[in-house]
Design a protein around this ligand. Structure first.
Ligand code: CMC
Length: 436
């Protein structure tokens, strides 16, 4: 029994209610007993955009936004980025513990053997317009996997769930690479099972006529680190979508496609693409002060800056900044880094950004690395979706097996009209919407 209680007095009725506090929260449903009379529905909470509502209990990712701390299953992100591979971290996120060598070998082997996509999926992709956005292509193709694996709908069978999880993690880089090559009009490249997860992805992206593509080790490792940093981030917009769609027991391909669609927006994963557009628009470091002034005057946002949860430097952005220097040693320095550094310098000293606790987030530097590696901005969010698939699936699995979870269904505060008299078509005047 919780021993912390909050007392709420309803000034309308003078009645006092004692509500238990558990792990820093009260249950919204406990407020329902707060009524003015038997006809009253009871008190609800109003929380647009979930600013202060915990929608689940989760043991996967911990964030302390005030102090800039991010941990997966209790391991600091800095340690995982330095010491692990992406697939090792994927195992940790999904199963709760780091694998031993035998478990890791088996896991890598299994994911590797799920990288191939069905030929019908390939043909499906060939039907898209050549200039389709790769993120739209990815979302549609992931949804289409539901047609290839209809058994995925049996979401209550743990063995079946695990099979779909492996398939999705294995196939995501293949679909991402195919969407990239599609936009260039290049033939798709089949996966090479001798290669690591990221080296294989690079092979599927960039192999031309050479018999064996050899990925640069530094770039492959940098991509692996970026994948680790993007793997999960607790209840963000796309993860909330994954849980919400999954709560209806929709199959995981459709839920993942929905989550990826949420990720594509410029306020979420699409921000890294917007950062590059912003840096292009700024053009050079001299134009930075004028751009910042424009943002402060309410014209646009500084993309890649600010976060709902972090009110301190995003720990992922620090690691990405470090990785950028390693990448530039191979690729040469992306000149946009100077503009980004100047933007960051001025923003961190400026009262507007200090007061609102706006710091660079994960997207601020990631696009600069991706561009230096040879990706065009349209691919950036696709690169985010590959590793985030692991987080979505870990959270989906946690949701499905949580006895407290039900179909996600928020309440509303109805502000429209009530029980009006029907007017037949012939007698209706001009509808407001057509008057303007
Ligand atoms: N540039 C300028 N002002 C900003 C920015 C920004 N990037 N972000 C927030 N603000 C201002 C905002 O105008 C508001 O000011 P005021 O109090 O005067 O109205 C204040 O800061 C609070 O912002 P908010 O919009 O209420 O905060 P939020 O928690 O709803 O939004 C956010 C968070 C990430 C959507 C927002 O900071 C933003 O749009 N940033 C730019 C887009 C971006 O980089 N997104 C990637 C997020 S990290 C990766 C991911 O999760 O996908």
């Amino acid at each position: 029994m919780p021993n912390e209680i909050i007392s709420i007095t309803d000034q309308r009725t003078n009645q006092t209610y004692n509500l238990p506090i558990e792990t820093g929260t009260i249950r919204a449903m406990d407020l329902r007993q707060v009524k003015t009379g038997p006809e009253d529905f009871g008190l609800m909470t109003y929380d647009p955009a979930f600013m202060n509502t915990a929608s689940c209990r989760s043991g996967i990712t911990f964030i302390d936004g005030e102090r800039g701390i991010l941990e997966y299953r209790g391991y600091p992100i800095e340690v995982l980025a330095e010491r692990c591979t992406f697939l090792e971290v994927a195992y940790l996120l999904l199963f709760g513990e780091l694998p031993n060598q035998a478990e890791l070998d088996n896991w890598v082997n299994e994911i590797t053997h799920h990288t191939m996509v069905h030929e019908t999926t390939k043909r499906f992709m060939e039907g898209f317009r050549h200039d389709a956005h790769p993120m739209a292509l990815l979302v549609s193709t992931v949804a289409a996997l539901a047609t290839v694996y209809p058994e995925a709908r049996d979401v209550h069978n743990p063995k079946n769930r695990l099979l779909q999880i492996k398939r999705l993690i294995g196939k995501m880089p293949s679909i991402a690479a195919m969407s990239y090559r599609h936009s260039l009009g290049y033939p798709y490249i089949y996966p090479d099972n001798d290669l690591s997860y990221t080296a294989n992805f690079m092979n599927m992206l960039w192999r031309m006529v050479e018999p064996k593509y050899v990925a640069n080790d530094v770039l492959a490792r940098a991509l692996d680190i970026l994948f680790i940093l993007h793997a999960d981030h607790e209840q963000n917009c796309s993860t909330n979508t994954m849980r919400s769609v999954g709560s209806s027991h929709a199959d995981p391909y459709l839920a993942t496609a929905a989550a990826a669609a949420a990720l594509s927006g410029p306020l979420h994963g699409g921000a890294n693409e917007e950062v590059l557009r912003m840096l292009d628009a700024i053009g050079s470091t001299e134009n930075v002060p004028a751009y910042i002034k424009q943002v402060k005057d309410g014209h646009g946002k500084l993309m890649g800056v600010g976060h709902r949860v972090y009110k301190n430097y995003d720990p992922r952005a620090k690691i990405i900044k470090w990785a950028a220097d390693r990448v530039f040693e191979v690729t040469g320095r992306n000149p946009k880094i100077e503009i980004a550094l100047e933007l960051e310098r001025i923003a961190l000293e400026d009262e507007y950004f200090i007061k609102r606790k706006l710091y660079p987030n994960v997207d601020f530097y990631s696009g600069i690395i991706y561009e230096a590696m040879g990706f065009n901005p349209a691919m950036f969010t696709v690169l985010f979706a590959i590793p985030r698939t692991v987080g979505w699936l870990a959270q989906w699995q946690e949701m499905i097996t949580d006895p407290e979870q039900k179909i996600a269904r928020p309440r509303q505060v109805y502000t429209g009209q009530r029980t009006r008299e029907f007017v037949p078509l012939q007698k209706r005047g001009l509808v407001a919407a057509t008057k303007t």
